[in-house]
Design a protein around this ligand. Structure first.
Ligand SMILES: Nc1nc2c(c(=O)[nH]1)N(C=O)[C@@H](CNc1ccc(C(=O)N[C@@H](CCC(=O)O)C(=O)O)cc1)CN2
Ligand SMILES: Nc1ncnc2c1ncn2[C@@H]1O[C@H](COP(=O)(O)OP(=O)(O)OP(=O)(O)O)[C@@H](O)[C@H]1O
Length: 195
């Protein structure tokens, strides 16, 4: 199956989950994530989250939990000039928000709120599918691939990328492309995968 067909198929599966299945899954993932972060000092740890859309594992409860625990959070914002790249902006309960071209909520662009990747310790990533080697299939924009490239270069050794996913998004094999960088970790409701 091509990446395109697999993306379509997995998006369909994701969209067919009931609201109850979605929130139950998010709750289990939040618990596993909390355990994973339990050794971190919250005041010193910035976690990049995402605003879920199109059937993605819901993140609102996860974000609330991170705030309760005292973590700082940032959200991805489509770069205004560098096509295909992301910026990360500080995100709190009072952050003024806007909607990007895909209909995803993001903080209003304000240079003062940009947080460099070097100041982010945990990068939570949405995904459409993943396989037994940690290969990731995303929405097809290459945004997170470009972010991961900076980590893979060895430039960001202190960054931990972690994919968040439903169990149903795991497949035998994702057809990989030359630019794909496998994830070191994926958290699903059933299991915390280390690759
Ligand atoms: N919640 C969330 N935020 C995110 C991402 C994400 O995957 N999830 N992104 C991660 O990159 C970036 C946005 N990337 C996106 C890339 C493509 C499409 C999109 O709508 N694509 C077309 C065609 C895709 C297809 O072949 O299915 C579409 O769905 O119509 C949306 C977002 C940044 N923010
Ligand atoms: N590190 C990179 N440098 C330059 N181009 C890249 C890089 N990574 C990916 N791309 C380009 O981005 C496009 C989309 O890639 P791909 O289909 O793998 O996206 P994805 O991983 O599914 O999406 P996303 O990461 O946004 O969730 C490809 O056409 C590819 O050429």
């Amino acid at each position: 199956m091509t990446r395109h067909d697999l993306r379509r198929k997995l998006q369909q599966i994701r969209r067919n989950l009931t609201a109850e299945q979605q929130s139950e899954a998010a709750c289990r993932v939040a618990d596993k994530l909390k355990q994973r972060l339990s050794d971190s000092v919250p005041q010193q740890t910035t976690v990049a989250v995402y605003k879920s859309f199109s059937g993605e594992l819901p993140t609102s409860a996860i974000i609330e939990k991170l705030w309760d625990l005292g973590f700082h959070t940032v959200l991805p914002v489509l770069h205004p000039f560098a096509k295909g790249h992301l910026l990360f902006l500080r995100y709190g309960p009072d952050t003024p928000m806007t909607t990007n071209k895909y209909g995803i909520a993001e903080p209003e662009l304000n240079a003062q709120n940009v947080v460099p990747l070097s100041d982010i310790q945990v990068l939570l990533m949405p995904l459409v599918g993943f396989d037994n080697q940690g290969n990731r299939l995303g929405m097809g924009g290459g945004y997170y691939d470009r972010t991961l490239a900076q980590w893979h270069n060895g430039n960001r050794p202190n960054l931990s990328p972690i994919g968040l996913s439903y169990n149903e998004q795991q497949v035998e094999q994702i057809p990989v492309e030359s630019w794909d960088i496998p994830l070191p970790e994926v958290i699903t409701p059933a299991k915390h995968w280390y690759f």
